[in-house]
Write a new protein. Structure first.
Length: 94
């Protein structure tokens, strides 16, 4: 991936993002859910939850991305595309 991640957080059993089912996409064994947050300047930042497993074995990684976007839709699109690129790598880094 060509862009720097600002943060990488892990939490077992619960998501750090509010999941909205119509935004989520399934890629292999992963559920990708984008999120956009508005900044004080009015631009948007992108975040992505990559969830795998179920029940007590659920694992959720949350990424925040460095670029800023003019719209929430653009931020979410970027997050989904970055997530697809990440999970389709031959081996998912720890």
């Amino acid at each position: 991936m060509s862009h720097l991640f600002l943060a990488h957080a892990q939490e077992h059993g619960a998501s750090l993002l509010k999941h909205i089912s119509h935004l989520a996409q399934i890629v292999g064994k992963y559920q990708l859910t984008p999120s956009a947050q508005i900044t004080t300047s009015g631009s948007f930042t992108a975040s992505l939850s990559i969830r795998s497993g179920q029940g007590s074995g659920t694992h959720d990684r949350v990424f925040r991305f460095l670029p800023f976007f003019g719209t929430a839709a653009a931020a979410k699109h970027y997050a989904i595309e970055q997530g697809k690129s990440f999970v389709l790598q031959p081996a998912l880094p720890a």
